[in-house]
Design a binder for this molecule. Structure first.
Ligand SMILES: [Zn+2]
Length: 968
């Protein structure tokens, strides 16, 4: 209690200083910019996070971090992901589990390579060797990792920051080589052809990021009729049912029935091996008026007719699936090929609805070809010249003279239906500014077919949250083709193979893998570029090193990150494999969840995780994607430290960012924006001020000296503990289910409805007016102490800084120096007393009803403070009557008075209606009458009492206050 400073102009004594006022250093404002880093320094100095994770008694909990790409500033997606992980880890730590969160970064790949290249001049680029590029890329990646790591730390994320995993680390790369090697030795890795973007002008494969699509590209498109030579019996009878009889003889058939296709790359026609249809589309056989039937998509029949400038009359209509099995002959080459079912990429947006399919020259074509066992024919060389496989077109260049010659040949054969120029987006080489083509090249593949069944079984054994994740990954894995894992890039982990210079034979065996792995474990993957074959080959081959050439391909970065289970969760001390949890955005069913699953299943026959949890994406408040052009990007650093204009973008601190993560239902996409942040900061302030009120009233409370036994507590206090127990149960369940938005709602409701507006509202009189050591005050402090400790612990996973700040400001010894050492909050059984629930519920409803009437009086300015009021209540239900009786008979006289709970000066239950009312209400629960209280206002406690003026020393005080002063 502070001393009276005197100097009152007023002659009467001031009673303000005889009240027990709030006293705490825990501020109303968070001052997060300064306070949060202080608290983080405290954790670091004491080693609390890592020590706890190591020394806890419980079993290890392994949340394996999915590596963000080491490029660019942190955004809200990172915040959602890393804070969710941190909430889970902190909760598990407080539950007594061991936790070692190893943060990861994905460091290889084209975007970083391009960043390095873009920062160089043309001359510098030309002088660049692969090893120089790799060194520069590594420097760039390390710098990016450092920047992102600083951001994560500022968010309050706990992790083993001094020992992260980076996909460019030696031991990581060695483990990845091991994964590749094991898959190869098990027969899951093979070399095959696959179409890629190819630039004939620079004679290299290109990645999507190296392409540009200039305006004004025109291609010579052609409509071509392929003569049909054979019909499946089923189709023949279906046509017959529709009255259409087609000849059985091949020659006769080819004269009168043609499959119409359309292509913008006539040079690919020599590589045609099939025509693909969409099995669900309708196709018609249309008479073109010249005694010929054309097969086209029914929906396109009219538009094709007008293009061809001749009527097309549908004679029969069938589904795409019915066309499968038709055989046609190539119009230019001696070759017969089938109609096959393609996929949903076949539409009626353009063309004929039947797609010319050249597996060596298109991705859809390749996939369809793979499905139907077609070879990957690619009669085009590095320079874009047609090879001998193109027959009489050999020697023509596909970007120069091939199209014109082929179109003329089509015309001569009578199969050209129409030629027209077609403007469309077409990929060009970003360096040479020349058009590119699709061309099949030799690539390395992981044969998913070899372990698909095992992968599907593994999926079945994993818990997917939300459950829809299972279907997503299941259908992706069951439908996916083989995994092309090679890239023609420099910044990556090498595919550790050697090619025989003469024969092209491949050296890839246990010996060669072990040798390369050991070299990389010692020196890092740079060794592959630094050393010659003689040093890279195993001793068994070093004598004939001149015969061998090391491969130049690197691995797909998804293979890098997909091997993280091998280099992190299964290798680092104490971590568990399979990991307990993987947690990433829902796009990772296609990405990391899948690549990790495939490598882990291929090597060990098991999924690398037990549970997979996914989250959606951060959108703006209107549900739009964030983009610079829309100006709706929310920057996590601006949330924490404020923007340029701190009025519009105040510094909310990391805890408000974390509170946002907890508040959203992340199973779907989640919104964020200025309005949402304002609301969150209100909630944050409510929790903070409730905590401050609890702390401020505990300044003279020492539990060991002052606490009241639970069994001796008044009903109100016991109810408050019972309520706290219920809320903590629900919060624990929410954490267990990773449903943090429920925690957010429970916390808000507990602080506002249960504490602020009810328990603490009523408690003011007990806390301020009573003598410091009065039981009615000590009992309330007992409850407040029990609650503040548990509240701090329960919010610690989310609001870690505020929780620690509360803990540091608990005025009595707690026995632990950090809230995180206090464990996940539990409650003694004696807190639980279900019998309090029903009557208290009645009384709280009554209180709400009375407050409504009092509020009405206040709004009409008939009443100031509620203590000016007198209230009469007539219960209308027997349950309320029971509750009133219960309170009267079982309640503590000093605390459990309904008059005090209602914050009024006089209360009458039942009796005659009053005459002079300020307001009244007659509802289902009770008749409520409000009048002005009689008596005078006590200067100290503000109650209206009739015994004021009876004490000569304190003429303005009520008898209760006088007796308090006498006891002080
Ligand atoms: Zn008083």
């Amino acid at each position: 209690m502070t001393q009276q400073t005197g100097q009152d102009a007023d002659k009467r004594p001031s009673y303000k200083d005889t009240l027990n006022l709030l006293e705490t250093a825990f501020g109303m404002r968070a001052n997060a910019i300064h306070r949060e880093p202080e608290l983080q320094a405290f954790w670091k100095e004491k080693g609390i996070d890592l020590d706890l994770g190591r020394n806890n008694p419980g079993p290890m909990f392994t949340l394996h971090d999915g590596p963000p790409y080491a490029n660019g500033a942190l955004h809200m997606g990172h915040a959602l992901n890393k804070v969710l992980k941190d909430i889970i880890n902190k909760h598990r730590l407080m539950q007594g589990r061991k936790v070692r969160f190893v943060p990861g970064w994905d460091c290889h790949g084209l975007p970083i390579e391009l960043k390095v290249l873009q920062a160089m001049s043309q001359e510098q680029r030309q002088a660049l060797t692969p090893i120089k590029l790799r060194k520069k890329a590594a420097v760039y990646a390390h710098k990016q990792v450092a920047g992102q790591m600083a951001g994560f730390k500022r968010w309050g994320i706990w992790a083993d920051w001094d020992h992260p995993y980076l996909t460019l680390q030696k031991d990581y790369e060695a483990a990845q080589i091991d994964v590749f090697g094991t898959m190869a030795l098990k027969g899951h890795i093979y070399r095959g052809l696959k179409p890629v973007h190819w630039s004939p002008s620079s004679r290299t494969a290109l990645a999507e990021a190296e392409l540009e699509y200039p305006d004004g590209h025109t291609s010579p498109s052609v409509y071509v009729g392929f003569p049909v030579v054979d019909l499946p019996a089923g189709l023949r009878s279906k046509l017959k049912e529709q009255g259409l009889d087609v000849p059985a003889d091949s020659n006769a058939l080819s004269e009168c029935l043609q499959v119409a296709i359309w292509t913008t790359t006539p040079w690919t026609l020599p590589a045609n091996l099939a025509v693909s249809v969409n099995d669900r589309l309708d196709y018609c056989l249309a008479d073109d008026g010249n005694g010929r039937l054309l097969i086209v998509a029914a929906e396109l029949c009219d538009s094709i007719a007008s293009k061809l400038e001749r009527p097309l009359q549908a004679k029969a209509t069938v589904k795409g699936v019915d066309l499968a099995g038709i055989t046609y002959s190539h119009p230019l080459l001696e070759r017969r090929s089938p109609i096959v079912v393609g996929g949903e990429y076949i539409t009626t947006e353009s063309g004929t609805g039947l797609v010319h399919t050249a597996p060596g020259h298109g991705v859809d074509d390749f996939n369809t070809g793979r499905k139907h066992g077609l070879p990957v024919l690619c009669p085009v060389d590095e320079a874009g010249t047609l090879t001998a496989e193109a027959g009489r077109f050999e020697g023509l260049n596909v970007l120069k003279d091939a199209n014109a010659v082929i179109i003329t040949a089509l015309e001569d054969s009578g199969s050209l239906l129409l030629q027209e120029n077609y403007s469309h987006r077409y990929p060009y080489d970003w360096r040479t500014k020349k058009p590119t083509i699709f061309r099949a090249t030799e690539q390395w593949f992981a044969s998913v077919e070899g372990f698909r069944t095992e992968a599907l079984t593994a999926i079945d054994g994993v818990q997917w949250l939300p459950a829809s994740g299972r279907n997503r990954i299941e259908s992706m894995v069951s439908e996916r083709g083989d995994w092309c894992i090679s890239r023609q890039r420099t910044w990556g982990v090498p595919i550790p193979v050697f090619y025989q210079r003469e024969t092209g034979d491949v050296l890839l065996n246990a010996d060669s893998i072990a040798h390369v792995k050991a070299l990389i474990a010692e020196h890092g993957a740079d060794i592959w570029w630094e050393k010659d074959e003689v040093d890279l080959l195993p001793s068994s081959h070093s004598a004939e090193a001149h015969l061998w050439r090391k491969g130049t391909d690197t691995m797909d970065v998804w293979f890098d990150s997909g091997s993280s289970w091998a280099s992190v969760s299964s290798q680092r001390d104490a971590l568990s494999y399979p990991a307990d949890l993987y947690l990433e955005g829902s796009d990772q069913h296609r990405g990391w969840f899948q690549s990790s699953l495939l490598t882990s299943v291929a090597v060990n026959g098991t999924a690398p995780y037990r549970t997979v949890l996914t989250h959606g994406f951060a959108l703006d408040e209107k549900g739009r994607k964030m983009s610079k052009s829309l100006g709706n990007v929310v920057d996590p650093m601006v949330i924490i430290e404020g923007g340029k204009n701190q009025k519009q973008e105040p510094a909310y601190g990391a805890d408000v960012l974390r509170l946002w993560v907890s508040s959203v239902d992340y199973s779907a996409d989640v919104p964020i924006g200025a309005g949402i942040l304002r609301q969150l900061s209100d909630v944050y302030r409510k929790v903070r001020n409730t905590s401050r009120y609890l702390l401020g009233n505990l300044h003279d409370f020492v539990p060991s000296r002052d606490a009241i036994a639970i069994s001796d507590l008044p009903l109100l206090d016991r109810w408050m503990l019972q309520r706290t127990a219920t809320v903590l149960d629900q919060i624990s369940e929410a954490f267990e289910r990773y449903e943090f938005f429920r925690f957010f709602q429970l916390l808000q409701n507990f602080c506002v409805a249960d504490l602020s507006n009810f328990y603490l509202d009523i408690a003011k009189d007990r806390l301020y007016v009573s003598a410091p050591n009065d039981k009615r005050r000590r009992s309330c402090q007992t409850v407040m102490a029990l609650i503040i400790e548990r509240l701090a612990a329960a919010i610690a996973p989310v609001l870690c800084h505020m929780a620690e700040d509360i803990w540091q400001n608990i005025p009595y010894p707690t026995g632990t120096e950090s809230v995180f050492l206090s464990g996940w909050p539990s409650v003694p059984e004696e807190w639980r007393d279900e019998s309090l629930q029903a009557p208290m519920q009645e009384l709280r409803e009554l209180r709400a009803a009375v407050n409504k009437v009092l509020e009405e009086c206040r709004s009409k300015r008939k009443l100031g403070a509620s203590l000016e009021a007198a209230v009469r209540i007539e219960a209308r239900t027997s349950t309320l009557q029971d509750a009133l009786h219960w309170l009267q008979s079982k309640g503590d006289q000093e605390v459990d008075g309904l008059r005090d709970w209602l914050l009024v000066s006089q209360l009458q239950i039942g009796g005659e209606p009053w005459a002079e009312l300020l307001a009244s209400d007659d509802n289902e629960l009770a008749v409520i009458e409000v009048a002005l209280s009689r008596g005078e206002k006590c200067e100290r406690c503000w109650h209206y009492e009739s015994d004021i003026g009876q004490h000569s020393d304190h003429p303005s005080l009520c008898g209760r206050c006088v007796s308090v002063l006498e006891r002080r």
